[in-house]
Design a protein around this ligand. Structure first.
Ligand code: SF4
Length: 290
């Protein structure tokens, strides 16, 4: 049975006395498709692939459209010059989100988490943590929390830009990452839920408007927003700040907003940024180039 409620996950955690990630793992096993060993192996493989997803990045490389590439290298070099805001960790999150999303735009191997368009968000927050000494085991546990919360979002609402707008892609990835970050810092399951709810609330209504229908503009830069939003919401939750609307209700609201969104704002490449004069000119140029 699919996990369909964050409230249910929290009560199962309370009743069983098990950690949240373990409850999600047990739910995964209850679906009967794998053994505990298989599930852990599969999650480890996914994490290994995530770690490698930025390795093929080349600063000089551009996507086939010529629109994407090189931005992560710009941030990296500005970091070295010391003129950016935020601390080193925050800057690394931005550079990493760009790096992996640019790899996706250049057709390199990435992990859809939950989608290819939002592939930079989770690794953007997890890889800098690994580099700063976080244990692989803690990160694996956090990935279970992210996966469990992502499954609830997919079940109650959507993780597809074509169905629910970018709130369903970058918003969901951000919510999953926020919950994962709280888990890593030892926050309670309720704090994970608040972080998830706040992250999704903050991106509620975000439309899907890819220029020329390509997962490049605004997708690459929105991965940064998803990652930074996740950090802010995790920090708020860890400080005891609570989302005033329960997570399941936020997800249901996101589903309704997605349904109410005009078709032009759901991955058709017509509305929003895709409909600007420059967005249209890029689309026309690419169409002329065949
Ligand atoms: S704008 Fe659309 S295609 Fe791009 S990341 Fe968001 S949902 Fe995906």
């Amino acid at each position: 049975m699919a996990i369909d409620s964050i409230a249910a996950l929290l009560s199962q955690t309370e009743e069983s006395g098990l950690p949240l990630w373990e409850v999600i793992l047990q739910e995964d096993l209850a679906e009967g498709q794998s053994t505990r060993e298989d599930s852990l192996k599969q999650m480890t493989r996914l994490w290994e692939a995530m770690k490698e997803s930025g390795d093929a990045y080349r600063p000089e490389e551009r996507s086939r459209s010529g629109v994407s590439g090189g931005d992560s290298a710009k941030v990296q070099s500005a970091m070295e010059s010391g003129r950016l805001y935020g601390g080193r960790f925050f800057q690394e999150v931005i550079a990493q989100a760009l790096r992996i999303s640019e790899c996706n735009a250049c057709m390199k191997r990435i992990v859809a988490a939950p989608t290819a368009g939002s592939c930079g968000v989770l690794p953007a927050v997890l890889l800098p943590l690994l580099r700063s000494g976080e244990s692989e085991e803690e990160i694996l546990h956090a990935l279970y929390v992210a996966a469990g919360f992502g499954e609830v979002i997919a079940t109650r609402a959507s993780i597809s830009g074509a169905e629910g707008g970018c709130q369903a892609e970058i918003g969901s990835a951000s919510a999953m990452a926020a919950a994962a970050l709280v888990q890593i810092r030892g926050g309670t399951p309720a704090m994970c839920a608040h972080a998830c709810a706040m992250a999704l609330s903050n991106l509620m209504g975000l439309v899907c408007d890819p220029v020329a229908g390509l997962v490049e503009v605004p997708c690459v830069h929105r991965n940064v927003v998803g990652a930074v939003n996740a950090l802010s919401c995790a920090d708020m939750a860890l400080s005891g700040v609570e989302c005033r609307i329960p997570a399941d209700e936020v997800i249901d609201a996101m589903a309704r907003v997605g349904t109410e969104m005009d078709d032009s704002l759901r991955e058709t490449g017509e509305g929003g940024l895709a409909g600007t004069p420059t967005g249209k000119a890029i689309a026309e140029r690419l169409a002329a180039e065949g």
